[in-house]
Design a protein around this ligand. Structure first.
Ligand SMILES: C[S@@+](CC[C@H](N)C(=O)[O-])C[C@H]1O[C@@H](n2cnc3c(N)ncnc32)[C@H](O)[C@@H]1O
Length: 231
């Protein structure tokens, strides 16, 4: 029996995904409407979203202080599997929100024999809820959620990193990758959820930068990019 399949974690995740779907439905519908109303390509929409974000990403995400913006159950199980496969003992997460993805990753740490997950979130209310959810899952002892801007809070990750999940402000993916990069061990996994930023994609796909990257056929349209540190 894995920690993920335990009654305590499985029931909590079912409840959290249900809450997330309800809380994010309006947000997703508004996005689809914007997409349809502007009659723009996905690429154009993303460029516009990124420009808006770059101007003031803090304000943009503050609007979503009550939204989960969480990974799907399918992607969550993939996170668990990846962390098990690379025998992760140190995981860094950019963008914790209410801690759904964090629960999947911390469950993998537990089943790997222990370790540390360093999360990051700048909305204080979300930090409190994520901590509560991790405690409810019985995984709080493995997780440190750092409150504040990840550009500051992830400067020192305390050792070699086995897995990095980038799932915060779209326009900061490359910034955060470069921050953590010196600590990625050879073979470390870098997972980008909503990895749409052309600068991030160009960087991680260029063999000279020491990664082998592939787009994942999971939750298509959500920009799921997998990379392994090969340098
Ligand atoms: C897509 S959500 C993360 C969802 C989460 N990984 C999950 O699946 O449950 C992105 C989160 O990143 C946070 N965020 C965005 N930019 C950040 C930054 N620079 N520093 C800290 N948190 C940030 C937002 O407040 C938001 O809650």
């Amino acid at each position: 029996m894995t920690t993920l399949a335990s009654e305590r974690v499985a029931e909590l995740l079912t409840q959290l995904h249900r809450d997330a779907e309800a809380s994010d439905r309006e947000h997703l519908e508004a996005m689809v409407e914007t997409f349809g109303a502007q009659d723009a390509s996905m690429e154009t929409l993303i460029v516009e979203m990124m420009a808006e974000e770059r101007a003031d990403y803090r304000a943009i995400y503050h609007r979503y202080a009550d939204n989960y913006l969480a990974v799907t159950p399918t992607y969550g199980r993939f996170l668990y599997a990846m962390a098990r496969a690379c025998k992760a003992s140190r995981i860094v997460e950019f963008g914790t929100s209410m801690g759904i993805s964090t629960i999947y990753l911390a469950a993998a740490l537990r089943d790997n024999g222990g370790g540390r997950l360093i999360g990051s979130e700048f909305e204080p209310g979300k930090v409190a809820r994520a901590r509560g959810n991790l405690e409810a899952a019985g995984l709080g002892d493995l997780v440190e959620i750092r409150e504040g801007d990840a550009r500051e809070t992830l400067k020192d990750v305390g050792g070699d990193v086995d897995l990095l999940l980038v799932d915060g402000a779209f326009s900061l993916y490359l910034t955060v990758l470069k921050l953590v990069e010196p600590h990625l061990r050879p073979g470390a996994v870098v997972l980008g959820e909503n990895a749409f930023d052309p600068d991030y994609l160009d960087y991680i796909r260029a063999p000279a930068n020491g990664y082998l990257a592939q787009t994942l056929p999971l939750d298509e349209g959500r920009g799921n990019v997998f990379a392994v540190r090969v340098a």
